[in-house]
Design a protein around this ligand. Structure first.
Ligand SMILES: Cc1ncc(COP(=O)(O)O)c(C=O)c1O
Length: 499
């Protein structure tokens, strides 16, 4: 039984690594001999722990190990998770349930694939309508994957025009994945500054346009939570220059049913199903980053495409010679796609609009409660998230990191910290629409009491958190002595002993 150690008010189980539970012989009889022929060849080495370097641990111990670990974790099902830019909202379990059922359609069904494709075709139509775009590809597996797909589409479109443009403009308030995706697609990126109000000004774009500019990639609403107010004028400038407007639509949660990228002049965008439509974000789980385009770019969309054969069924077609090719195995992360369709149908147009409105209202409520206690770097109206800084608390030696750690003792996941980079000591707060007023108030009260502690008793904040299973870690040491595997852990221990 792992040791119990008292940590402040809570009692935490310090869970050893699974390999430390290794006890030769424990895992001997997972599959009785008569059933072994039923195990696929590629899995047979796992029946004998000696053949693969796996710890010898009984099934029951393994299950208990992971169950204990899961209890040390923090998730949306436990409390508020206001991680800005990540939209960590509660996702209805019915989406999981129905998606699971569709996925498990029995193979004896007459046309199971047709049914799934029909649902996916409907999802494409809904996303086109919600975004005001002409065509959609559902297959990219995440937001960054959508960005890459979109940029490959733009690259091919430019090449097809017989041009060779190599630059993508990226505002300083863009999401961090944006420049990386452009670089992987073979573009060079040029960073351009936002204006003093936190949004990109058309005049700045104009100054940076030349015949080498393939596109501008803009996150809207941007990472300050601010709507890009000059996006219409920016689109016109780009189009007059023969350049495309790519929108990172991962923050769609803020504008559902209110405004549509297509109406803003956007040529290509991706959306994050795992932020907006029924799948949680994070944890490395499967995501969905569908890409939407205007008709001019449609022929470059990835294959296969879902087509409807007249008087017949939905099917997949690979006959699109101008396509950029495949970006994922067939049907993408289909469970994420199915959850999205369930979410959209369940909420309907009114419900989606309500969700966005509530997300914006919740964020603005929190901002109003907190702005007298923290520095608010931009006073421009914000949508679903907002950014505070540690400027006021810095005089007392308290940083954003101290305050984020202190929040954990109140039972909250901290907000996103030190991002966006345009703001020093940023705390980026996104409560989402699924938090009730009581929880928003509890969060605001916690933040205000931390701001008060920074004045009255600042040194207590340096030791936070006190009541979590793991307290403040030594981040400098962790960065200098990276310890990512069991071997590294053991050799670090040996080094420590020999000193
Ligand atoms: C604005 C924005 N763009 C892009 C991404 C990247 O999405 P993903 O993590 O699915 O690759 C995120 C992720 O949170 C985001 O918030």
């Amino acid at each position: 039984m792992p040791a119990r150690e008292s940590l402040g008010r809570s009692t935490a189980v310090l869970e050893p690594l699974l390999i430390a539970l290794n006890a030769p012989g424990r895992n001997k009889h997972i599959v009785p001999d008569p059933f072994k022929p039923c195990i696929p060849d590629e899995l047979t080495p796992f029946l004998n722990p000696d053949e693969v370097e796996l710890p010898d641990v009984a099934e029951v111990e393994t299950v208990r190990h992971f169950t204990r670990l899961s209890r040390l974790n923090f998730g949306v099902d436990q409390g508020m998770y206001p991680l800005g830019s990540c939209t960590m909202k509660y996702n209805p379990k019915i989406c999981e349930n129905i998606a699971e059922r569709i996925r498990n359609i029995h193979s004896s069904d007459k046309h199971p694939m047709h049914m799934v494709l029909r649902a996916l075709a409907a999802l494409q139509r809904y996303l086109e309508e919600i975004c005001g775009m002409d065509a959609c590809c559902l297959w990219p597996a995440a937001g960054a994957h959508g960005e890459l797909t979109g940029m490959l589409i733009i690259k091919k479109a430019i090449k097809t025009r017989g041009e060779d443009r190599s630059v993508v403009l990226i505002p300083d308030t863009a999401h961090g994945t944006n420049p990386a995706s452009c670089a992987i697609a073979g573009f060079t990126t040029r960073n351009i500054p936002s204006g003093p109000k936190g949004y990109l000004e058309a005049a700045t774009v104009k100054d940076h346009l030349d015949k080498d500019v393939a596109a501008l990639m803009i996150t809207n609403p941007n990472t300050l939570g601010i709507f890009e107010q000059e996006i219409g004028a920016i689109a016109e400038l780009l189009h007059a220059n023969g350049s495309y407007l790519y929108m990172d639509g991962a923050n769609l949660n803020a504008i559902l049913g209110v405004s549509r990228p297509g109406d803003m002049g956007v040529d290509c965008l991706h959306v994050n199903l795992h932020k907006t439509f029924g799948t949680p974000h994070g944890g490395g789980g499967p995501g969905g980053g569908p890409v939407l385009v205007q008709s001019e770019l449609e022929r470059f969309l990835p294959i296969p495409r879902i087509v409807h054969v007249p008087r017949e069924l939905f099917t997949l077609s690979y006959r699109f010679p101008d396509s950029i090719g495949m970006v994922h195995s067939t049907l993408g992360n289909v469970s994420v796609l199915l959850k999205a369709i369930v979410y959209i149908i369940r909420l309907g147009p009114k419900g989606l609009l309500e969700a966005s409105r509530a997300a914006v209202l919740n964020a603005n409520y929190l901002k109003a409660r907190l702005k007298d206690h923290f520095d608010l770097p931009y006073d421009t109206p914000t949508l679903h998230e907002f950014v505070l800084t540690d400027k006021r608390q810095k005089d007392n030696g308290i940083s954003t990191m101290d305050m984020a750690k202190a929040l954990m003792d109140f039972g909250f996941h901290p907000p996103t910290v030190y991002f966006p980079l345009v703001v020093g000591g940023a705390m980026m707060i996104e409560p989402t629409e699924t938090e009730p007023l009581s929880e928003l108030d509890r969060f605001a009260d916690a933040m205000i009491s931390i701001a008060q502690a920074a004045v009255d008793d600042p040194h207590t904040l340096h030791g936070k958190p006190e009541f979590t299973p793991v307290s403040r870690v030594d981040e400098v040491n962790a960065a200098r002595n990276l310890c990512l595997t069991w071997d590294m852990l053991e050799s670090n221990k040996r080094k420590a002993v020999s000193k």
